[in-house]
Ligand binder design. Structure first.
Ligand SMILES: [Zn+2]
Length: 205
C-alpha cells in the first residue's frame, strides 16, 4: 500500500495544487489544480509527481507558438525559405518515386536522423548566405549531415576537388562559426520577441 502524500499547495511546473479531488473509478488519487493561465483541472498524483502533466495544455501551446514564430512555419502559408530545400533533400534520398532519387537515395546517400526534424536542420545549416549559394556535400558520396554539408556557390562547388580545397574548407569553417554565432544571436532575439508577443496576447510566460 503506497503511503498517501498530501500535495496541497505544491507547485508542479505550471500547476498549483488547490485541494484533494475525487479519486477516479479505479481509486487513483487526483488533485484539483490551478494552472498559471487560470484553468482548473483534475490531475493524477502520479502525473504531477513524474512530470507528465505540467500544465492544462497551455505550456505545449506556448512552446508551439514560439516554434512557429522562430521558424516562420506558420500555417498562414509562409513557409521557411529553406523548407523547399529541406523537403527536396529528404525526397531525393528517401522517396524512390522522386526524380533524382537514383542519383541520391539510390546511390546510398542518406539523411541523418537529426535532420528529419526541420527545426534541427534549420538550426544546423543557418540561412542561405546568398541566392547563389546552395547546400553542397563536402564528400559527394557522404550523407546529408552537419559535418558533411556547407553553403557553396556553383563555382566553389566545382572547385571542390582542386588543390585549393583545403584552404576553402578552412575558410568555410570560419564562416560557419561566424554564421553559428549570428544564428545564436538571432535565436535569442526571436525568443525574446515571441515572449513579448505572447505577453501582449495576455499569455503568462
Ligand atoms: Zn494553462
Amino acid at each position: 500500500m503506497p503511503t498517501f502524500r498530501d500535495l496541497t499547495g505544491g507547485r508542479f511546473d505550471r500547476w498549483t495544487v488547490l485541494r484533494r479531488g475525487p479519486n477516479d473509478r479505479t481509486n487513483k488519487s487526483r488533485w484539483e489544480c490551478e494552472c498559471v493561465c487560470g484553468a482548473v483541472g483534475l490531475v493524477y498524483s502520479f502525473s504531477l509527481l513524474d512530470g507528465t502533466s505540467r500544465s492544462c495544455g497551455c505550456l505545449i501551446r506556448d512552446v508551439n507558438v514560439q516554434r512557429l514564430l522562430r521558424h516562420g512555419l506558420a500555417r498562414s502559408g509562409h513557409k521557411h525559405p529553406l523548407y523547399a530545400t529541406w523537403h527536396g533533400i529528404l525526397a531525393r534520398c528517401e522517396k524512390p518515386r522522386q526524380s533524382g532519387y537514383r542519383r541520391y537515395g539510390g546511390r546510398g546517400i542518406t539523411v541523418c536522423e537529426r535532420w528529419h526534424d526541420i527545426n534541427a536542420f534549420l538550426a544546423d545549416v543557418g540561412s542561405r548566405p546568398s541566392p547563389q549559394h546552395s547546400l553542397d556535400r563536402v564528400d559527394p558520396d557522404g550523407a546529408y549531415e552537419p559535418t558533411n554539408v556547407r553553403w557553396a556557390t556553383a563555382s566553389e562547388q566545382s572547385r571542390n576537388w582542386s588543390p585549393s580545397t583545403r584552404a576553402t574548407r578552412i575558410a568555410t569553417a570560419a564562416t560557419m562559426r561566424r554564421a553559428k554565432l549570428k544564428r545564436d544571436i538571432e535565436r535569442l532575439r526571436v525568443a525574446l520577441e515571441a515572449r513579448r508577443l505572447l505577453q501582449a496576447a495576455g499569455v503568462k510566460v
